[in-house]
Design a protein around this ligand. Structure first.
Ligand code: FES
Length: 145
C-alpha cells in the first residue's frame, strides 16, 4: 500500500528537530485527524532556505511527507519553495494512498505557514503566498505541545 520511499522517509525521517531563532516557523493542524506539523526555516539574506527542520505529531504518511517536503525545499529560494506543492511531495514519494492525500496537504500548508511567518517577521510580501487556512500558530502560541 505504501511505496518504498514513503516507508523509507517514515522509518528514517530527514531533518527532524527544531531551529532556534528560526527565520520562519509554520504550525498547521488537521482538525479531522488531529495531526499537527511544524516546520522551521533558517533563511539567509538572499531569501535562500539554508536549513529546515520539522516536528510532526501525526500519522506515518504525515511524517514521510514532512520529511520529503523538507528535503525538497532545502537550498531553495522562498519563491522556489512556494512551488513545492503537495502534489510535488507526493510525486517525490512515488505516490500516496488516496485516504492519505490530506497528509501531504499538511506538508504544503506547513511550508506556506513558515513562509508566512518569515514574511511577517521581515515585513515583506511574498507574491502568491496566502496564509494557510489550517495555520494554528495563534491557537498554539503560548502552549508547548
Ligand atoms: Fe491526518 Fe495523516 S491521518 S495527517
Amino acid at each position: 500500500m505504501y511505496s518504498e520511499k514513503v516507508i523509507d522517509h517514515f522509518s528514517n525521517p530527514r531533518n527532524v528537530g527544531e531551529i532556534e531563532n528560526a527565520s520562519g516557523v509554520g504550525t498547521v493542524g488537521n482538525a479531522k485527524c488531529g495531526d499537527i506539523m511544524r516546520i522551521y526555516f533558517d533563511i539567509d539574506e538572499n531569501q535562500v532556505i539554508r536549513d529546515v527542520k520539522f516536528k510532526t505529531f501525526g500519522c506515518g504518511a504525515a511524517v514521510a511527507t514532512s520529511s520529503m517536503a523538507t528535503e525538497l525545499v532545502k537550498g531553495k529560494t522562498v519563491y522556489e519553495a512556494l512551488e513545492v506543492t503537495n502534489k510535488a511531495v507526493m510525486e517525490a514519494l512515488d505516490g500516496l494512498p488516496p485516504v492519505k492525500v490530506h497528509c501531504s496537504l499538511l506538508a504544503e500548508e506547513a511550508i506556506h505557514a513558515a513562509l508566512w511567518d518569515y514574511a511577517e517577521k521581515n515585513n515583506i510580501v511574498i507574491e502568491g503566498l496566502k496564509k494557510p487556512v489550517n495555520d494554528i500558530a495563534e491557537t498554539l502560541e503560548e502552549e508547548e505541545y
